[in-house]
Design a protein around this ligand. Structure first.
Ligand code: GLN
Length: 558
């Protein structure tokens, strides 16, 4: 009883993070870093991300358009920012920590149908913002958080997120001492002027003011540090204290951001805004230890990632694989190495010309094939997998990267020339990868959203295998999934006999979770049906990534 009461009486605090001027300037990293510095003051912190699009979740969006889909433990498919929160805060979040316009409207409409508004006229204002507020409060309560950081997607002044800003205004009105707003803004430095301009930020704050919200803190993002003249100007025109204008210049590593914020005493400023007494002096020692490793690493590990979601017009994007990249970094730094990542487009390895390119794979210490969908680039990926298997280059396959490794093995070792996945050729005679039975019906009904095998499932690891060793001889593991297809049970015995080991499987033995080659055959050829990258953290690198990097470093040295 006592704990229940103290939980209910707890005064929870809320920090809203909004963006001004333009998108893509690091609102997510700012919000995550604020989380880190508040944790370092002894508070329990959680995060909420609000995305302004009408999609119910991020699952149906093309990764080249919206970046990676990050899957939470309960299977909810979200924006990549959720990954930043989990990595920075070293926590696991749930669907309560994420909402979109679509999801908020859907639940208001469902409540209306269920007479939950007791005959009232249900209106965009106040009912939508009230639903937003109740979701924020629910997340705070569920995680029993002292401080909840809420990132509002989009930029102030646009139509899409007005109702979320309205929720900020209403929440501030309800709890004036418990809510504060941080604006992440951008200061351009036009080369023809050679001077940093504050006017766009002034306009952004005015736009926010017109929605009834005044920021307490402005994070001034720019290519260079902000000088005192500019700080004072922003303070004067935007009605914030000079010391609440924080200079946030471009830096080499996102991991430096929390440390830089504390140089400007940002946690003290936020505590003051929230009328919150500090629990302890800032202790960022663990975080600093990790950051130090990223700086002192001297050797290099050369990893090639073979994928397809790289290009957007003339630009190369790596956002679609952000968790994979981060997981490689965490593992590399833990081994005292700096990762050098090379993006290889799978299509470069197709056809006659592609064959010649395969030799270039010898230049890498390790090769990774991440998750994916559809048929583009598949033959290229299969050629790469064959080459690294035959040339004993460390190989790590994730999800599609495991299914393709099984197909490659069936084709070239078992001699099943037409081995395939039902995703590409449902008529192939040898579907070594097939659709899961419960997925067939969903596909027939065109039920695509949130309908894959999603979220955390337990797997059992086989004794004496590479995987089991990497996990420190653990028998049970829990990893996150996102797939519709699986190793076809009809082929398991034949594949095993051919020499591929299924070192991890679902507890009922039906679904194959990890495939590997014995260490005496290949130094590291391992692939997972799940996505280990989703659970790698700077302060807790994922064991399979660590093993992959260790073996890649070994190849480098021999
Ligand atoms: N396309 C494959 C499937 O749906 C793999 C998915 C993935 O790599 N996330 O099973």
């Amino acid at each position: 009883m006592a704990t229940k009461k103290s939980k209910a009486n707890r005064r929870r605090k809320f920090i809203f993070v909004v963006g001004g001027v333009m998108s893509g300037v690091g609102k997510g990293i700012t919000a995550s870093s604020i989380g880190v510095i508040m944790q370092a003051r002894g508070f329990k912190v959680t995060s909420v991300k609000i995305d302004p699009y009408v999609n119910i979740d991020a699952g149906t969006m093309n990764p080249t358009e919206h970046g990676e889909v990050f899957v939470l433990k309960d299977g909810f498919e979200t924006d990549q920012d959720m990954g930043n929160y989990e990595r920075f805060l070293n926590v696991s979040l749930s669907s309560d920590n994420y909402m979109t316009t679509g999801r908020v409207y859907l639940s208001v409409i469902e409540k209306e149908r269920n007479l939950k508004y007791k005959g009232k006229c249900v209106q965009v204002v106040p009912h939508i913002p009230l639903e937003v507020i109740s979701r924020i409060e629910k997340a705070a309560e569920k995680e029993d958080a002292d401080v909840t950081i809420i990132e509002i997607g989009g930029t102030v002044g646009e139509y899409e997120n007005v109702l979320f800003i309205e929720a900020v205004r209403m929440m501030e009105l309800q709890k004036p001492d418990d809510v504060t707003t941080v604006m992440v803004s951008y200061l351009p430095l036009p080369s023809i002027l050679g001077e940093m301009k504050t006017k766009p930020t002034q306009h952004a704050v005015r736009a926010l003011n017109s929605n009834g919200v005044q920021p307490d803190v402005i994070i001034a993002r720019s290519s260079k540090p902000l000088d005192l003249v500019r700080k004072e100007k922003i303070a004067l025109f935007c009605s914030v204290r000079t010391k609440n204008v924080i200079s946030a210049p471009d830096i080499e590593s996102i991991y430096d951001v929390p440390i830089n914020f504390e140089k400007d005493k940002l946690s003290d400023i936020l505590l003051k805004c929230l009328k919150l007494a500090p629990k302890k002096a800032s202790d960022l020692s663990e975080w600093k230890k990790f950051v130090n490793k990223t700086k002192t690493a001297t050797k290099e590990v050369n990893v090639a990632v073979v994928g397809k979601y790289f290009s957007s017009g003339d630009f190369v994007l790596s956002d679609s694989y952000i968790s994979v990249i981060e997981a490689i970094k965490h593992a590399s730094y833990s081994q005292g190495a700096k990762p050098k990542l090379t993006w290889l487009s799978a299509e470069e390895f197709e056809g006659e010309a592609g064959k010649k390119n395969l030799k270039t794979l010898l230049n890498y210490d390790g090769v990774l094939v991440p998750g994916g969908f559809g048929s583009r680039g598949i033959e290229g990926k299969l050629a790469v997998i064959r080459y690294v298997r035959e040339h004993k280059i460390p190989y790590f396959g994730l999800c599609y990267g495991m299914q393709l490794a099984v197909i490659e093995f069936a084709r070239n070792v078992l001699g099943l020339k037409d081995a395939n996945t039902a995703e590409i050729d449902p008529n192939s005679k040898n579907l070594v990868i097939d659709i899961m039975p419960d997925q067939k019906k969903k596909m027939k009904e065109e039920n695509y959203g949130g309908s894959m095998r999603l979220g955390s499932y337990t797997a059992l690891l086989e004794k004496g295998t590479l995987a089991r060793k990497a996990y420190g001889d653990q028998e049970h593991i829990s990893e996150r999934h996102r797939h519709r297809y699986e190793v076809n049970p009809l082929y398991i015995e034949q594949i095993k006999k051919g020499g591929l080991v299924f070192s991890g499987a679902s507890p009922d033995g039906v679904l194959m979770e990890i495939a590997e080659l014995p260490e005496k055959v290949h130094p590291f050829f391992l692939a997972t049906q799940f996505h280990p990258e989703l659970q790698s953290r700077p302060l807790a690198p994922h064991p399979l990534f660590v093993e992959f990097i260790k073996k890649s470093l070994l190849r480098k040295n021999t």
